[in-house]
Design a protein around this ligand. Structure first.
Ligand code: NAI
Length: 246
């Protein structure tokens, strides 16, 4: 159970982040629903968590910006006094073949997916080191584990996130902080809704369990890694992908 714990979930207004926010709140955590963009969507998520008996607050912050993330965590610490769980879920795709990929597409993906997680790890770890406890879960991807044609920027960001996970796990372990990654396969969200039927069919053919996953499949794995029961697991990458990357 996560009673009296404060959890930050980035990019949590919709999709996988929203399901993670729900799962942590249903275990009793106070969840900061971080978002960039639509306030109404984040507010909606908070209202639904509250209607289900949970505690949550919507909080805007573009995690790609260093000073903004520092201010975000310092405000949370001032108001709640602690940060127990950080889930780096915010992510974007700008797919395209390597030969045609622009610097802008590369930078946008690396900034949101990798630099954003670096910023959040840095400021959350500061609080967790003082507390001598904490759980960080980074949402990587099967693309970061196996590579994926058309996703050089995205795969690099997610493989980088796995490296960040392992280094942070080694640095923070002596203070009782665990850092792990969850690597989702194809999950039904807005991110995959834009794929063509042909691509979806080809992807399904590569999944031993024969179907796309749903956001709750990822949320369950994250909730476990965020729990006290997972205290002896650190630096790991848990693939939740229907068997794709085995
Ligand atoms: P989504 O597009 O529905 O949600 C991503 C959220 O992140 C959006 O709400 C977006 O506004 C937010 N976000 C993006 N950049 C941000 C920033 N700089 N600061 C704050 N928020 C930001 O996508 P989905 O599918 O829910 O993805 C969640 C995570 O799971 C991402 O990291 C994604 O890469 C990862 N993932 C998703 C897979 C899938 O099949 N849907 C597969 C593997 C990984």
């Amino acid at each position: 159970m996560l009673e009296n714990k404060v959890a930050v979930v980035t990019g949590a207004a919709k999709g996988i982040g929203r399901a993670i926010a729900f799962a942590l709140a249903s275990e009793g955590a106070m969840v900061i629903v971080n978002y960039r963009g639509s306030h109404s969507q984040a507010e909606e998520t908070v209202k639904e968590i509250e209607a289900a008996g949970g505690k949550a607050e919507a909080y805007p912050c573009d995690v790609a910006g260093g000073p903004a993330v520092e201010a975000f965590f310092s405000d949370i610490l001032n108001r709640y006094g602690r940060v127990d769980i950080l889930v780096n879920n915010a992510g974007v795709t700008r797919d395209g073949l390597l030969m045609r990929m622009s610097d802008e597409d590369w930078d946008q993906v690396l900034d949101a997916n990798l630099k954003g997680a670096f910023h959040c790890c840095k400021w959350a770890a500061k609080a967790m080191l003082k507390q001598k406890s904490g759980r960080i879960v980074n949402i990587a991807s099967v693309s970061g584990v196996m590579g994926n044609a058309g996703q050089a920027n995205y795969s690099a960001s997610k493989a980088g996130l796995i490296g960040l996970t392992k280094s942070a796990a080694r640095e923070l372990s002596s203070r009782g902080i665990t850092v792990n990654a969850v690597a989702p396969g194809f999950i039904e969200t807005d991110m995959t809704a834009k794929l063509s039927d042909r691509v979806k069919e080809a992807a399904t053919g590569q999944i031993p369990l024969g179907r796309f996953g749903n956001p709750e499949d990822i949320a369950a794995a994250v909730a476990f890694l965020a729990s006290d029961q997972a205290g002896y697991i650190t630096g790991q990458v848990l693939c939740v992908d229907g068997g794709m990357a085995m």
